[in-house]
Design a protein around this ligand. Sequence first.
Ligand code: DX5
Ligand code: ZN
Length: 214
Amino acid sequence: MIKIAPSILSADFANLERDIRRVASADYLHVDVMDGMFVPNISIGIPVVQSIRRVTDMALDVHLMIVEPVRYVEAFCDAGADLVTVHVESDTPEKIQSAIDRIHARGKRAGVVLKPKTPAEAALPYLEQVELILVMTVEPGFGGQKFMSDQMPKVAALRQLIDERNPACELEVDGGVAPDTCRACIDAGANVLVAGSAVYKAEDIPARILELRG
Ligand code: DX5
Ligand code: ZN
């Protein structure tokens, strides 16, 4: 069963509760946190996650695009995140490990994220510990970019490694996922698809969510 994680980066932040309710048939709510340092854009942070937590029971998938995520993972867990993902490129392996340990110590699910130029092998040190691996299919920072189909071999390689070493681990893709690209992600082995513009620009959002499930 393919899970859909609408990204609220494409929602209307002045009508966030309304736009969260519009995607209630999806599985996770994907929350993009950007600090203007790790990526050249600034989005939302801890107080907004707290407010979202009060208006939905959906599982919150918090994607941290920030430097030194170890400094903030506990705050995001306490704000109501169910799953917190950190980029392997955002700090040293020791600090990434510490971030994962801190998320787990809060009783939450942890994941690692790979940018397009980062090879699958970069996830190996964490593969047996995390609940999710996220493969970016655009350069992180902005919604509405073109899907990078050249990331599919990486997704397929990670699917094989996950099946061998940690079959409960989820495999998520993020960026440019739309009706014409979701099939490639599913065929490569992803089981969670993030979609921002494809969901929020749709005329009929529940129908679009169903369509993206493949
Ligand atoms: C990009 C974000 C994505 C983004 C996806 O840095 O991580 O989650 O919102 O948006 P679409 O689906 O429009 O590419
Ligand atoms: Zn994201």
